[in-house]
Design a protein around this ligand. Structure first.
Ligand SMILES: CC(C)(COP(=O)(O)OP(=O)(O)OC[C@H]1O[C@@H](n2cnc3c(N)ncnc32)[C@H](O)[C@@H]1OP(=O)(O)O)[C@@H](O)C(=O)NCCC(=O)NCCS
Length: 216
């Protein structure tokens, strides 16, 4: 079972054990039946960074956080993550109910930062709005900014929307008085890592996230 998981998605418990120093192994309980995903914690120092948030090109619209839009945020999260690796790492990202629950949890957190939380909408042919991208941010217990989920729906990628959302979120962290912003990204998510590095994020730590094989 663990070999199958490894070949498709991530690291096995054995890989994790091999990668950590002996002194930490005593402090770590591993379950051999779980899949372990290698993830990077990345960080950016916003001091001296030039951020120039701009409006998206038509037909896209950028919407600021508003509690009445929470369903739109959940839908954008779902359509962005449902077929992605992170839906195996965090199964709630793979279904709409899970994304709704997650959005409510984020919005209720004491450190939730509305100014870092954005939604991209695109008009549909029938006069409605399709929600195609989102980012959310909080202030964590250590007082750092923490990006929760950045996602853009597959049909709308490679058009600058991910970069645009990240720029607006980082600008929001700065307006909230934060200079250090962190995020976690799965090591195999090369496109996202490239995007973060381009902005000036660097890896500060490697962590492993366990996930039930049922989802792997
Ligand atoms: C990671 C993610 C958010 C990037 O979103 P995106 O909207 O495609 O991001 P951008 O368009 O700003 O940048 C992506 C690429 O398009 C390029 N690009 C940007 N604007 C462009 C444009 N107008 N025309 C063509 N290409 C463009 C960028 O240079 C970048 O190139 P690269 O892949 O070689 O680095 C998106 O792939 C995604 O949602 N993935 C699934 C969810 C996920 O894994 N999120 C990250 C969790 S940590």
């Amino acid at each position: 079972m663990s070999e199958k998981i490894k070949s498709r998605f991530g690291a096995t418990a054995e890989d994790c054990l091999a990668s950590i120093p002996p002194w930490r192994k005593r402090l770590t309980a591993f379950r051999m039946d779980l899949a372990y995903f290698k993830r990077y914690r990345m960080e950016i120092d916003l001091r001296d960074r030039v951020l120039a948030p701009v409006a998206p090109l038509p037909p896209y619209r950028l919407l600021a956080w508003d509690p009445v839009l929470i369903e739109g945020f959940a839908v954008a999260k779902f359509v962005s993550f449902r077929y992605e690796l992170d839906a195996h790492v965090f199964p709630c990202l793979g279904d709409l109910t899970g994304c709704r629950r997650l959005m409510h949890e984020i919005a209720r957190k004491p450190g939730f930062l509305p100014e870092t939380t954005w939604l991209i909408a695109c008009p549909t042919a029938t006069g409605g709005l399709e929600y195609v991208g989102t980012i959310q941010g909080i202030r964590d217990r250590e007082g750092h900014g923490a990006i929760q989920n950045l996602g853009v729906a597959p049909n709308h990628r490679n058009a600058g929307l991910g970069s645009l959302l990240l720029t607006w979120a980082l600008d929001g962290f700065r307006r909230a008085g934060l200079t250090c912003v962190q995020l976690e990204v799965t090591a195999q998510n090369e496109g996202a890592i490239r995007l973060y590095r381009r902005f000036g994020f660097s890896v500060v730590r490697t962590v492993f996230k366990a996930a039930e094989p049922a989802y792997a």
